[in-house]
Write a protein that binds this ligand. Structure first.
Ligand code: ADP
Ligand code: MG
Length: 241
């Protein structure tokens, strides 16, 4: 589903991604862990072209998304959903509008069609009663569940999460993780940058350990957590576990 070939990213002189090669299959749930500044966010942002890779290739469903002929917006908006640490909901739109805007504007859904889907998704994330309120009246956990619903409204084939629970109070982290687990059960392909080692260990099917612009380790969770191959991974895990 995703094929990444020799992906490099520089910010000026700083090389942040140092030639990443990976393939991710449909239905895989990849947890990306690693120290701050190792390039995790940049990696995700390159996948949906929020950042322009300096070189390399990214294929999504066989389409080379860096090919000049590819309609980047279409790929970004229709194939790949992204959920951010700070939710990024539209503050001046109701919850329902947050969910229907994209499908109406980009997928040419009618208002009615978009609302039917939006209510299904609100039901799924357990927030049907919040359809007509504004985001600022929601708790952090509720905002993040709405942000997930909004991403799903575009029917993406891949969902990217960049530290979806890092900005949340501890007591609401679980409600967001529960929604994410539901998506995993449904077979959604997901890449999740996270500090939730429980999620990486128990929910992900695969873990990437990123260090200084490389994916140093790529293995099943059990192997990474119980018997990591690299000293850097051991050192990192000893600090976070
Ligand atoms: P992580 O998500 O693992 O903490 P990032 O991908 O955010 O790491 O950052 C990797 C490196 O790139 C860091 O050194 C960071 O300072 C740098 N960086 C990130 N974004 C930019 C940017 N827009 N301009 C310049 N440097 C950046
Ligand atoms: Mg980051």
């Amino acid at each position: 589903m995703i094929k990444i070939v020799d992906l490099h990213k520089y910010y000026g002189e700083l090389e942040v991604l140092k030639g990443i090669n990976k393939e991710i299959k449909k239905g895989e749930v990849v947890a990306i862990i690693g120290p701050s500044g190792s390039g995790k966010s940049t990696f995700l942002r390159c996948l949906n072209l929020l950042e322009e890779p300096t070189n390399g290739h990214i294929y999504i469903d066989g389409i080379d998304i860096l090919d000049k002929k590819t309609d980047i917006n279409k790929v970004r908006e229709e194939k790949i959903g992204m959920v951010f640490q700070h939710f990024n909901l539209f503050p001046h739109k109701t919850v329902l509008e947050n969910l229907t805007l994209g499908p109406i504007k980009i997928k040419n859904f009618t208002q009615k069609e978009a609302e039917i889907i939006a209510f299904e998704l609100l039901e799924k994330v357990g927030l049907k009663e919040k359809a007509y309120v504004y985001p600022n009246s929601l708790s952090g956990g509720q905002k993040q569940r709405i942000a997930i619903a909004r991403a799903l409204a575009m029917k993406p084939s891949i969902l990217l999460f960049d530290e979806p629970t890092s900005a949340l109070d501890p007591e609401v982290v679980n409600e967001v993780l529960e929604v994410m687990k539901t998506l995993v059960k449904e077979g959604m392909t997901m890449l999740v940058v996270t500090h939730e080692m429980g999620f990486a260990k128990n929910v992900a099917s695969r873990v990437f350990f990123m260090d200084r612009g490389n994916i140093l380790e790529d293995d099943e969770p059990k192997k990474i957590f119980e018997n990591p191959s690299h000293e850097r991974t051991k050192e990192f895990l000893s600090k976070v576990l």
